[in-house]
Design a protein around this ligand. Structure first.
Ligand code: HEM
Length: 401
């Protein structure tokens, strides 16, 4: 039988959804000894943890500091509000449309051009893991010749953050990456202060809110956060949209015929198979939740992957259906109405609109380039990962252009 303590087991990694269901029904608030954390699994409890200021992100320090330095994700209160206001404008509607949409379209096209004649592709390795990271590097205005190095740092940061088994080599590689990344970024940041351009890095250098600006170290830490927050998440989201649609050919055909359905396919994917399954919080005082109490000072893990399958919130939650009625998002910032995959409240994903724009471009361009798209014979896009989760591979065939 499934239960909360099996989170770190191979069965859970293979398919976490049965365990989530048992938790929601039998132990909606439960202490997990090995994780040294409470777990909450119901939609309403996860939603509350994101909205209620008693739940802070102070606990992130030891996890993120060694690889990123101090970022907005670890901050709370006024410090967080000011720091977030410094970075958020670059990720809003007009800025994105004018400055970054061409960058997004170009990076997508370049990756697709490498395989569009071939009639087959593996979408995770050949597209999804590359595209969002290339977009971030280009948005920052880094030398395109450095994209491969940037991608290497990305891989090492992700490995560090996902290092559940505490493999010392992965830890050492993560720490080395922090140094290499700083040695690479800091001179570029200093140069951009002298010679500003139209890129994101220049915007970050000149941003000012209430007399506060970011120093070089702040900017470098934020860029490092972007690798993890904007790379791995979007990468898994794109792979999952395709995995879900390919397993539901009628819905794939509907999206192909009507591209205005892409935001629905994205929102339903974020509910059904979110890239981030678990988010941690720490409580500043005792909090009563689902019949129990989370004790002051302790850590609570919010199970986003479970919230998306909560039968109290969604009709027929284990069915992927882009036409479902309890989903109405066409705007990333109305995501709050649909799912918790971007969190909510003060730490609501800064990059939600960027992610939505990337997915719209990715799905649109890939569908155009791959007529009669289908899964390769024998391919089953199996999901991997516990804290973050997405298909290990999506091998497809199509009619070559
Ligand atoms: C925060 C998910 C794409 C940048 C978050 C959080 C979640 C999330 C769950 C909240 C973390 C927490 O509260 O502990 C996602 C998903 C994405 C995505 C599912 C793709 C589908 C992006 C992109 C960027 C980005 C493309 C930027 C390039 C950030 C940043 C934060 C954040 C900077 C921290 C916000 C803060 O602490 O105030 N994201 N994200 N994300 N995300 Fe995203």
């Amino acid at each position: 039988a499934r239960h909360a303590q099996d989170i770190l087991s191979p069965e859970f990694a293979e398919d976490p959804y049965p365990s989530y269901r048992v938790m929601r029904q039998e132990t909606p608030l439960v202490w997990h000894e090995a994780m040294q954390s409470y777990l909450v699994s119901r939609y309403e409890d996860v939603e509350r943890a994101f909205k209620d200021a008693t739940f802070t992100t102070e606990n992130y320090g030891w996890q993120l500091e060694p690889v990123h330095g101090r970022t907005i994700l670890q901050m709370s209160g006024r410090e967080h509000a000011v720091r977030r206001a410094l970075v958020a404008p670059a990720f809003r509607g007009k800025e994105l449309q004018d400055t970054f949409l061409p960058v997004i379209e170009r990076n997508s096209r370049e990756l697709i051009d490498a395989f569009r004649q071939q009639g087959s592709a593996e979408l995770v390795g050949q597209y999804a893991t590359r595209f969002p990271v290339n977009v971030i590097a280009d948005m920052l205005g880094l030398d395109r010749a450095d994209h491969d190095r940037f991608h290497g740092w990305y891989t090492s940061v992700i490995a560090f953050l996902g290092n559940l088994a505490q493999d010392p080599e992965v830890t050492a590689a993560g720490e080395r990456t922090r140094e290499e990344f700083a040695a690479y970024m800091l001179p570029i940041i200093r140069d951009r202060r002298e010679h500003p351009g139209g890129d994101l890095l220049s915007a970050l250098c000149s941003a000012e809110v209430d007399g506060t600006a970011m120093n070089d170290e702040d900017i470098k830490a934020f860029c490092s956060l972007l690798l993890a927050a904007g790379g791995e998440t979007t990468d898994k989201a794109i792979a999952s949209v395709f995995a879900n649609l390919l397993r539901h050919p009628d819905q794939l055909a509907a999206v192909r015929a009507d591209r205005t359905l892409i935001p629905r396919a994205f929102a339903e994917t974020l509910r059904y198979t979110p890239p981030v399954h678990m988010i941690m919080r720490q409580v500043a005082e005792d909090v009563p939740v689902s019949g129990g109490v989370i004790r002051k000072g302790s850590t609570v893990t919010c199970l986003i992957g479970s919230a998306g399958r909560d039968e109290e919130r969604y009709a027929d939650p284990d069915t992927f259906d882009i036409f479902r009625e309890d989903l109405n998002s066409t705007n990333a910032f109305s995501a709050a109405a649909d799912h918790l995959a971007f969190a909510l409240g003060r730490h609501f994903c800064v990059g939600a609109l960027l992610a939505k724009t990337e997915v719209e471009v990715a799905v649109g361009q890939l569908l155009d380039a791959m007529p009669r798209l289908r899964l390769a014979p024998g391919e089953v896009p199996a999901e991997r990962g516990v804290f973050t989760r997405g298909p290990a591979s999506v091998r497809v065939e199509f009619d070559a252009a």
